[in-house]
Design a protein around this ligand. Structure first.
Ligand SMILES: Nc1ncnc2c1ncn2[C@@H]1O[C@H](COP(=O)(O)OP(=O)(O)OP(=O)(O)O)[C@@H](O)[C@H]1O
Length: 252
């Protein structure tokens, strides 16, 4: 069995003109792993994703993907190697149908002549159908993405990330703006992806984090405060003090 990590961060520090957004962050993710990243506002969660995908450069430290250093690579090369990120706000193409959005996304990383050829190969079409089913939008395949409901747009965007066939999916607040029902459905969707992909999810919603029930890393002021199962994190006094206590106040 291959136990080599898919992604490794070694002592990653990010300094924005004297402000340390991340300090000595080390973590590793196995292939097909689920990792949940939580922490207060400004803890450095998005910066961590930006650094993995090459949008922000670490001041020091290393990032390895499949045992190869990716720290200094341009973002498009990192994407080509198999990491894909979904942002907080849906980035669907509003004037294309749900199906077209998936096909465009599947072809983004292919040769230009493939991306512009008129009919997608059967295998691509088949894979897009499979993803439509996974994201629960089969009956919306011809709907323009711009007219989908908010939750549906988020699911389509998750589908677009999946369509790139990336081995590592970075999902930044996939439940932003969702009610409890859509949040649960998003958790089910993400759980259905684990096993085919490794998934790193950032979120604030503890009901969602509990539904995912994955190994969880708590960031606080740019450093890893704790790592553990959701119940270990729930029971941790330091996490309660800096994050969960405040999260409860936010809800109240
Ligand atoms: N380009 C930048 N230049 C300077 N400071 C930045 C930059 N990007 C982020 N920061 C700062 O780094 C800190 C971490 O920000 P980041 O967005 O990573 O936190 P976060 O945990 O994702 O927060 P939230 O939950 O609010 O999205 C914040 O104090 C932020 O203001």
């Amino acid at each position: 069995m291959n136990t080599a990590p898919l992604l490794t961060l070694e002592n990653v520090t990010v300094d924005f003109d004297g402000f340390k957004a991340l300090t000595d962050v080390s973590l590793s993710l196995a292939p097909q792993d689920l990792r949940v990243l939580i922490g207060p506002n400004g803890a450095g969660k998005s910066t961590l994703c930006d650094t993995i995908i090459g949008r922000v450069r670490p001041t020091s430290g290393r990032i390895l993907f499949k045992n190869q250093p990716i720290t200094a690579l341009p973002e498009q090369d990192i994407v080509r190697r198999g990491i894909c990120r979904k942002f907080q706000t849906p980035g669907v193409l509003p004037s294309l149908s749900v199906m077209e959005n998936l096909l465009v996304s599947a072809r983004k990383n292919r040769a230009w002549w493939l991306a512009f050829s008129s009919s997608p190969p059967a295998a691509e079409q088949e894979r897009a159908e499979e993803i439509l089913e996974t994201i629960g939008l089969t009956d919306r395949r011809e709907t323009l993405a711009g007219s989908l409901a908010h939750g549906e747009k988020q699911w389509l965007e998750i589908g677009m990330v999946v369509a790139t066939d990336a081995e590592l999916l970075l999902l930044d607040e996939p439940t932003a703006g969702m009610g409890p029902q859509d949040t649960q459905r998003t958790a089910d969707l993400i759980l259905s992806l684990v096993g085919r992909h490794a998934v790193l999810v950032i979120d604030h919603d503890m009901s969602f984090v509990e539904a995912l029930n994955g190994y969880t890393t708590v960031l606080h002021q740019g450093q890893i405060l704790r790592e553990g199962t959701v119940s270990e994190i729930r029971a941790d006094a330091a996490v309660e003090a800096v994050y969960l206590g405040r999260a409860k106040e936010d809800v109240a």
